[in-house]
Design a protein around this ligand. Structure first.
Ligand code: FCB
Length: 441
């Protein structure tokens, strides 16, 4: 066997999850309230019992993760459980998180903890959530509490998950609670998340000098549908600027440029020890005079490309390579904090793993300081508005019995993680047709 793509020693082979999507028994949150309303979640499921981690079933999933050779796992904490009323801490909930984190450590799996992943206590939402500047101090206080309580078990912290996706889905498109459709609120929400990140970054470092703190940024590729059209190219650039660049530069230089309201926040400058990339897909963009609300850019998936399930974006591994290259200029360690594919029968996921890991490997060969990958997701879980109708897991979850079963893609990810490499032999066994692309003879 000579054909291998070998990953560096110490590479983090991980998976990613989020509290609301796996835990069950949620706290008093806006999401849980919203899910009770008829017609909100596509298949009528709710975030309880989900994967039942709160009741203890994380043990089974962590055992499976270990058997797959994983050395890293990204999970989040539920703010509403920990601070059920403003300023009141639930010690039992914190103790429970300590058990969960210890269970990872005992299995040799390093936790990365996300402090805010889309879901908030109702008391905070009643004050306007992220539209209210007061949230910055609330978040900092919450982050401080979690780090004081769990800091001996964690030193890899992700302050906020995908600030742009949250602002767009919840405040611009109105898909998610609180279903607002207001551009100015969306920008306020982006701004406050960035500032809150900065204050949390500083507080975490004061408490725990060895901490490594970052953000998980959802970046998409925006390509002009007609590359020869100057208008399409302009429209694609505008989308990129608003969705990607607006979030990327403030934690570097501290400046909140248009449309984030202007001004420099000293705490925000150089406020990340690593950069987290969540990558799923690319959008083609056409100039469209009839769409001023979308800044004249119509976004759609490349016709005729590879898809998994209806309505989700194109499968486009090159996008991962392109974005990793783009992040190289920041000269910080990079983690792929999420990548994955909704694939209910697991027919596309093995190939997805090969092609995306190969893209990551190519970036590594070009000198990109990529330190690890957290595949979304360890186990099928509650996929927000899609409920359980879009399955992302390497482990399958039977919704009737709650039994777990490692999928074929899970076995493959296990083989790759244990070997620290992709081999031609794996390609032969799992997805023959990709072999010629990865190892041309
Ligand atoms: C990301 C979210 C994550 C999950 C995946 C599929 O945008 O961070 O919670 O829903 O998409």
């Amino acid at each position: 066997m000579t054909e291998r793509l070998v990953f560096p020693e110490g590479f983090r082979w991980g998976t990613a999850t989020a509290a609301h999507q796996v835990e069950g028994s949620p706290g008093d949150t806006e999401w849980w309230a919203w899910e009770q309303l008829p017609g909100k979640v596509r298949d009528g499921t709710r975030a309880h019992p989900a994967c039942d981690w709160w009741a203890g079933r994380y043990v089974e999933d962590f055992d499976l993760a270990r058997s797959m050779g994983q050395n890293a796992l990204r999970l989040s904490v539920d703010w509403a459980r920990i601070e059920p009323r403003e300023g009141e801490w639930d010690d039992q909930a914190l103790a429970r998180y300590r058990e969960i984190l210890s269970a990872l450590r005992q299995r040799g799996i390093e936790p990365m903890v996300t402090l805010s992943h889309f879901v908030h206590p109702q008391w905070l939402m009643a004050k306007g959530g992220w539209t209210n500047e007061a949230v910055v101090r609330c978040f900092e206080r919450f982050a401080t509490k979690v780090v004081e309580t769990c800091g001996d078990l964690v030193d890899l912290w992700c302050t906020i998950n995908e600030p742009n996706v949250y602002a767009v889905y919840s405040y611009l498109l109105g898909y998610w609670p609180p279903e607002k459709q207001d551009l100015l609120s969306a920008f306020r929400v982006m701004r406050h998340q960035l500032v809150a990140h900065a204050f949390a970054y500083r507080s975490i470092h004061r408490l725990q000098p060895r901490a490594r703190v970052g953000l998980a940024q959802h970046l998409r590729v925006f390509d002009a549908f007609k590359p020869n059209s100057a208008l399409d190219r302009w429209a694609a650039q505008v989308q990129d600027r608003l969705f990607n660049e607006t979030m990327l530069s403030p934690p570097v230089d501290g400046v909140l440029r248009f449309p984030l309201g202007g001004g420099k926040v000293a705490e925000l400058a150089d406020s990340q020890d690593w950069i987290g990339l969540n990558y799923y897909s690319r959008d083609m963009v056409s100039f469209d005079i009839a769409q001023p609300g979308l800044l004249f850019g119509r976004r759609f998936s490349m016709p005729g490309s590879d898809f998994s399930i209806e309505g989700w974006g194109e499968i486009y591994p090159d996008g991962l390579y392109r974005l990793l290259k783009r992040l190289q200029r920041y000269d910080k360690p990079i983690y792929i904090t999420e990548t994955g594919v909704p694939d209910n029968d697991d027919s596309k996921r093995p190939r997805f793993l090969f092609t995306h890991l190969a893209a990551a490997h190519r970036a590594l060969s070009d000198g990109v300081p990529l330190k690890g990958l957290y595949f979304w997701s360890l186990i099928d879980n509650f996929e927000w508005k899609e409920g359980f109708s879009a399955r992302f897991g390497l482990i399958g979850l039977d919704l009737q019995t709650r039994q777990r079963a490692l999928k074929r893609s899970g076995q493959l990810y296990g083989e790759i993680s244990r070997a620290g490499a992709i081999t031609a032999d794996m390609l032969e066994r799992y997805a023959l047709e990709v072999k010629a692309t990865l190892f041309p003879s």
